[in-house]
Design a protein around this ligand. Structure first.
Ligand SMILES: C[S@@+](CC[C@H](N)C(=O)[O-])C[C@H]1O[C@@H](n2cnc3c(N)ncnc32)[C@H](O)[C@@H]1O
Length: 262
């Protein structure tokens, strides 16, 4: 019975080659052919049921999105969600700027050429609390190096989690990989629900329980790093001139040095 269910799910995925990619390594270096344009590509590693990536695809038609997960069942849920969203909101049967990919982040380098991606989203990645499993955490330096390789000149990593221990580990991990961070928040929705940011399935549940969400943005590509350093230096100089100090709260519009399209 269980096997038949799995077979049906696989068959349904195979019938959707416009949206579902079961052999992503075949598209390495050719993702723009899949999307039919040269728009930047943003990926969510571990998309779960796909609420976040489907919503982003609807919000930002000029960005190509990839939702990656390891399980067929999740890809099926994601495909249903994305198609419904595009049908309800845009009256379209196609989802032109989204690919739902079955893949393991361990093999990211087999799926993307260096510089092929512009942003990596890591949302509520499995925390793997036992230290002997530390290498499996998606913010372990070995993964950060893989993202760094796949990201382009203005590449960034956006990371959200409910796990304090994973966030602490990740801060050290980004630091060890010499990757600068900005807009760090230890309670993303502290004042009120951040309606400029799209919530994931897990996030909605944790927020409903009143749990804090930890978030950071990492500037990875050399161009975005340079721009970030310039803005920080300019800002510091302005503060010194005025004799004021800046409030470095994440999401404070005055302090934003990056555009949020989430
Ligand atoms: C806790 S869920 C979070 C799902 C979603 N991002 C959210 O916030 O609602 C983590 C997801 O990451 C996926 N995942 C874990 N390790 C992965 C890996 N190495 N490659 C691809 N997906 C992975 C799991 O299958 C699961 O769907």
């Amino acid at each position: 019975m269980r096997l038949r269910g799995k077979k049906n799910i696989r068959e349904s995925l195979e019938k959707q080659p416009d949206l579902v990619v079961l052999e992503p390594q075949k598209l390495r270096g050719r993702w723009h052919e899949f999307f039919g344009n040269e728009n930047p590509i943003h990926i969510e590693c571990g998309m779960g049921k796909g609420q976040f990536i489907s919503r982003l695809s609807g919000n930002n038609p000029n960005i190509n999105y990839i939702g990656m997960d390891m399980y067929d069942e999740l890809l099926k849920r994601g495909s249903e969600k994305a198609r419904k969203l595009w049908k309800d909101e845009k009256g379209m049967d196609e989802v032109p700027n989204l690919a739902l990919v079955r893949g393991n982040v361990e093999f990211l380098d087999k799926m993307f050429e260096p510089g092929e991606l512009e942003r990596v989203y890591l949302n509520f990645s499995d925390p793997w609390p036992k230290s002997k499993h530390g290498k499996r955490r998606l913010t372990h330096p070995r993964f950060l190096m893989m993202y760094k390789e796949a990201l382009n000149d203005i590449g960034e990593i956006h990371f959200k989690t409910d796990s304090l221990s994973l966030f602490e580990f990740s801060l050290n991990s980004f630091s060890a990989a010499e990757i600068q961070m900005r807009n760090i928040s230890l309670d993303l929705h502290r004042q009120s629900l951040r309606d400029d940011l799209v919530l994931t399935e897990y996030e909605s549940k944790f927020v409903a329980k009143g749990m804090p969400i930890y978030r950071l943005e990492a500037v990875v590509g050399p161009k975005v790093q340079e721009e970030h350093r310039r803005l920080v230096a300019e800002d510091l100089a302005a503060q010194l001139r005025r004799g004021t100090t800046k409030n470095y709260e994440a999401g404070d519009d005055e302090d934003e040095d990056s555009e949020s399209d989430e």
